[in-house]
Design a protein around this ligand. Structure first.
Ligand code: AMP
Length: 193
């Protein structure tokens, strides 16, 4: 299965992608994680991405598309993948269409996790509190000021993907304001439909 999880920061894409991975044994492919790893390793991609990410803006399409294209060629992606945080612009979605067509692959589902934006700040604050309680390092971009920028980037650049995939008849929408398990069940129903 190959699918996309769409939704603003804090919608629960990472949590739901992890549950889908556990249930279906397919790879979670988070461009945010790949970029953070590149920043941590100090690669040339990481150097290009670091300041952009810290500001809560989107990294250049060409950079993100190239890491995704390489990643889906790896053996662990053969049985499928769940994109979490990709595509984030219409240009990325078009590039993904081209890449998949070249590789003879198809998308099975695009699921939008719809949330009440007013509640997102609370969710991010909870996520930070939980990570701190577990002694994990917190994300530099998980703070109210940068979150506002990430939300603005979502509205301006990523939300148009909802129409992009709806017009292809590929979009399924689930209510992301329910509990984690309820959202997971709704996603299962959406990908079966
Ligand atoms: P995330 O972990 O998905 O919230 O992503 C964290 C940050 O990484 C974003 O705010 C962007 O700066 C960058 N990023 C992740 N995925 C993408 C993408 N598909 N396109 C552009 N920038 C991205």
């Amino acid at each position: 299965m190959r699918m996309i999880l769409l939704g603003p920061p804090g919608a629960g894409k990472g949590t739901q992608a992890q549950l889908l991975t556990d249930r279906h044994g397919i790879l979670q492919l988070s461009t945010g994680d790949l970029l953070r790893a590149a920043v941590g390793a100090g690669t040339s991609i990481g150097q290009r991405a670091k300041d952009v990410m810290a500001r809560g803006e989107l990294c250049p399409d060409d950079l993100v598309v190239s890491i995704v294209s390489k990643r889906i060629d790896e053996p662990d992606a053969r049985t499928g993948f769940i994109f979490d945080g990709f595509p984030r612009t219409v240009a990325q979605a078009q590039a993904l269409d081209r890449i998949l067509a070249e590789k003879g692959l198809k998308l099975d589902a695009v699921v939008e996790i719809r949330v009440d934006e007013a509640k997102l700040l609370d969710r991010i604050e909870n996520r930070v509190a939980q990570m701190k309680a577990r002694g994990e390092p917190t994300r530099a971009d998980d703070n109210p000021e940068v979150l506002r920028k990430r939300l603005a980037a979502y509205r301006a650049q990523t939300a148009p993907l909802i129409d992009y995939y709806a017009s292809k008849g590929a979009l399924r929408t689930v209510d992301g304001m329910q509990g984690i398990q309820e959202v997971a069940n709704a996603i299962e129903r959406a990908i079966e439909s």
